[in-house]
Design a protein around this ligand. Structure first.
Ligand code: HEC
Length: 160
């Protein structure tokens, strides 16, 4: 190359050219970077959507199932109690009639029931519903006539 030193005008032309080149290069790099970044972002978003959406659905679903299951299973139990004499007896009557508290006729001891059975079922139902002697009406529970009668039926059947 030439040995002679650059003069000022030649230098400033090189300098401006270098500046333009570097600016252009920077611009190209920025465009490339932003294209790449938007692709990466799109990929990340797609991955997140794919990961998060099913896991949220899974986390919510069991809660819904448990709630529905509890309600659904509670209803038949309540209905079953209404007509199950043994269940009513155990809950409302057994406290006295298992052991004979206050002279209550003991369930399962036939001799204690002979005189009472002679009165007829209707009388026994109304005694149990309205109370008799030391026995409070309905055994002191807030239960329906139907439940009391079912309990009486169970007691009679278990005492014959
Ligand atoms: C607090 C104790 C107690 C509870 C609870 C109780 N009973 Fe009695 N029950 C008695 C007593 C005491 C008698 C005997 C009363 C008498 O003849 O003076 C009796 C008598 C009876 C008789 C015979 C009635 C008659 O006319 O001879 C029936 C039937 C009866 N109970 C049913 C029930 C049923 C059904 C329940 C539950 C819903 C129940 N009892 C809960 C104390 C109880």
């Amino acid at each position: 190359m030439s040995e002679q030193p650059m003069n000022d005008s030649k230098f400033s032309r090189y300098f401006v050219a270098m500046l333009l080149l570097m600016t252009a290069l920077t611009g190209i790099l920025m465009v490339l970077a932003s294209i790449n970044a938007s692709e990466v972002n799109a990929n990340l978003k797609a991955e997140k959507d794919a990961e998060i959406t099913p896991s949220i659905v899974e986390q919510i679903a069991p809660i819904g199932k448990v709630t529905i299951g509890a309600v659904a299973s509670a209803v038949p139990v309540a209905q079953a109690e209404e007509v199950n004499g043994e269940t009513v007896y155990n809950g409302a009557c057994a406290a006295c009639h298992n052991s004979g508290v206050a002279g209550a006729p003991v369930v399962g001891k036939a001799d204690q029931w002979t005189a009472r059975l002679a009165k007829g079922n209707d009388t026994l139902y109304s005694s149990a519903i309205n109370g008799i002697g030391a026995m409070p009406a309905r055994g002191g529970q807030s239960i329906s006539d139907e439940q009391v009668q079912a309990a009486v039926d169970y007691m009679i059947a278990a005492s014959k």
